[in-house]
Structure formats: C-alpha cells, structure tokens
Design a protein around this ligand. Sequence first.
Ligand SMILES: [Zn+2]
Ligand SMILES: [Zn+2]
Length: 267
Amino acid sequence: MLTALLPPLASEASLSGLLVVLLIILAVIIAFVIAVTSADNPITQVLRQVAVHTGGTVQGQTLHFMIGDRRATIDFPGSKPGRTRVVLDVWGRSPGTFHIVPAGFGRAFLKMLGDQDLRTGDPAFDAAFIVKAMPEATAAKLFSPEARRQTIGSFNRIRGHSHPTIDLDPYCLTVQVRESLLSEGDLIALVKTVQEFSDYLIGAIPSGDIQFGEMRTSSDSACPVCGSPLLHDIVHCEACRTPHHLQCWDYMGRCSTYACKGKRSVA
Ligand SMILES: [Zn+2]
Ligand SMILES: [Zn+2]
C-alpha cells in the first residue's frame, strides 16, 4: 500500500544527468551575478580608468594610490545624495586645520569651528565661500597676493560640482563633492586639486618629520575633523571607535580616520 504512493524510482543515470544540468544552471547564474556586480559596476570601471593615470589598486569601490610618498584614496562614501572624495594621508605633516566650505552649506559643522571667516582678498570668492584656518598662518600662504590666483584656480577646478569642500585636519587632506562623479576626467580633477592643495598647505616637509607623532594620544579628546574638544554631541565610528562630533561626522559623511571603512556612527 505504501509503495503505491511513492513515485516510480528514477534510474541512477537519469538522476546524475539531472544533477549535471542543475550544476550548469547554477554556474551560469553565479557567472551572471559576478559579471553584473563587478565587471559592469560603473564605480569599479571608472576607478580602473583613473588607476591607469595614478597607479594604485582598486579594492571594491575604493582606489588606493600614492601622491608622492603619501597614501591616498578615492572613494564614494554615503549613498544619497552621493559623495565623491579624494583623501590624502597627511599624518605627521599637517600644519593645522584648514577648510573651504560653500556659504550656506555645513552650518552645523561650521558652528563647531567658531565665527572665524578669513578674507582671501578676492571679494567674489569671499562672498561664495567660507575659509577657516587654525592657525591662521596656514591660510596666509595660500591667499597671499602672489599665491591667491593660483589657489583659487585650483579650487575652481571642482567648483562646478555640488557643494565642493576642502578640509585639512591632523590626519587627512580631503577634497569632497556631494554627488557621485563617475567620469574619469572629473575624478582626475579631484586628484589634481588634492595634489595642489597638499603642495600649498604642506609643501615639501621632510618625510622623516614625525614631531607630531605623540600628539595622537594626547589629542584623543579632540574631534579629528574640527580639532575642538569633544564635550557634547559625540558619536563613535562603529569600526574604529574614534569619537567625532555628530555635526562633524555628518559633514564628512564618514569616519575621518585615514582608510577606516567605518560608514556608520554609534552613540
Ligand atoms: Zn568636530
Ligand atoms: Zn573609523
């Protein structure tokens, strides 16, 4: 009676035939998924094109390369509205902090830095952008009458993009725009801007100069983005636990420790 309910037994040969067909289908599906997610990913593609000029390696959606003897990355933090940034590791060589932020943007972040808004001597630029520097001498060199045109020219290369900013802190020099740039030319323009601002701000500081090396522990109570004390509105990177002001995290869109992959903050 029981045997009557069972389906007719398939022969072993046809079972293994079926298995082979299933394996082939599975292989085709896996190959398709890999093709869609890696080779045709526009971010990976454009980063590979940029790497032809900059050297370096593409890992996921990040290009790691060198500017001179310093490490740099191009990546796309955040999802909406999208961001594109080039980050240069300046640890041990940063002369202070420096920011160029479009007027009307990043208000909560700028509040952390206080009222200072440096005049560059170019009224049109001063009307459109807020410039902050600590110490102020960091900016003096950039906006001296001889250097001003060149500095503003470097910035103008990225000016047409959504909310372009330049941020120097003790760890990184970051050039960032609030849109996804998927053109090779646009990304190379970002790299050039980082390169030039690195020359203007840091110049040829000997690579052996690590006099700030011991400040890392003593400055743990300061926010890595704005440099001011962490007294309130503190969030931590979920990956490396580095504390930031909430406003500074939002402004940068991501952990500001060099090469940290932390995208989320936790209380
Ligand atoms: Zn801060
Ligand atoms: Zn982190």
